[in-house]
Design a protein around this ligand. Sequence first.
Ligand SMILES: *Cc1c(COP(=O)(O)O)cnc(C)c1O
Length: 388
Amino acid sequence: MSDFKLADRLSTLPPYLFAAIDKAKKEVAATGLDIISLGIGDPDLATPEFIIDALYKAAKNPVNHQYPSYVGMLTYRQAVADWYKQRFDVDLDAATEVVSLIGSKEGIAHFPLAFVNPGDLVLVATPNYPVYGVATEFAGGTVEYLPLLEENDFLIDLDAVSNDTWAKAKMIFICYPNNPTAATATKEFYDRLIEKAKEFNVIVVSDAAYTEIYYDVNNKPISILECEGSKDVCIEFHSLSKTYNMTGWRIGMAVGNRDLIAGLGKIKENVDSGIFQAVQEAGIAALRDGEPYAEKFRGIYKERRDVVSTALTKIGIKHRVPDAAFYMWCNTPEGNTSSEFVTNVLKQTGVVLTPGNGFGTPGEGYFRISLTVNNDLLEEAVSRISKL
Ligand SMILES: *Cc1c(COP(=O)(O)O)cnc(C)c1O
């Protein structure tokens, strides 16, 4: 035992959502029940072979064994810019409007350090990926959560936010396609948000990790950078993790307003030394030639989505059929809180779900299913739940 007390910024943190679920899961597994985890959003499919080959080849070149550049190889940043042009018709200057990230989580977590002073107000749309709030608090900022409600298609009700709040806010975090609700944003919503942000000088942080997991080619998710004026106020975080099954590789990007990119770059310069260049070479290969594979993965998720949706409908569990992202956001059965339902299901069936309230108060009354296991397991999981 030591007398070292954790800093307040850590000791006041709520327990990390998935750590608590992990503990309950271990207890249930110890009783002999076999576990099916629909809890964590981590693709079960493998990274395409050609990306691994690109890594292998680049790893053998001693040029790649030294420190990489802080902001990323210009060729990687150019590949990001080319991909944004091709996918979203967004023009980006690779040298000033793109920075490489060691996974987008890294960038999101560091970004508030560049622009938030102690006491500054940061708006976070919730239910949400926990990093936005934690990163804000690490920077000394104060978080105000804006509820995402089903009646508004899980978009922020911009009119419900007072001018006083807008005037105090330094930054706002949004995420579409959304984790956990799987809702998508409309162009009208982004346009109105940009208008507000410009009026009140608020930085818009868009987390776009799921734009490539969609189910209708005629209704692809958009990037906020497609909207007029976005580059005045927006930074967008994106990642190769979900698109190409590369969560373990740690490679992502931030793009958008050059001052925001430069600010983030300055923080990174002081805390990390970039991504292994061989991984960046693999990332270039993925961005250039990965589309047919991404399409195949979308087909697999779509089949899973439909299997689960059919099964849930059969047992009377209300849910959204998502247009994007590999999550299903479901209503807990009448009379059950999120925690009660999820705990009960885990104990009796061994199926791990994520309680909606774990992502923030407005998630109460919901649970999340991740479509990151195969059809057989998904069917088995729903069948077990139906016997409750
Ligand atoms: C998975 C995820 C990310 C991306 O994480 P990486 O660090 O790029 O692997 C970002 N935001 C959300 C909401 C996610 O679910």
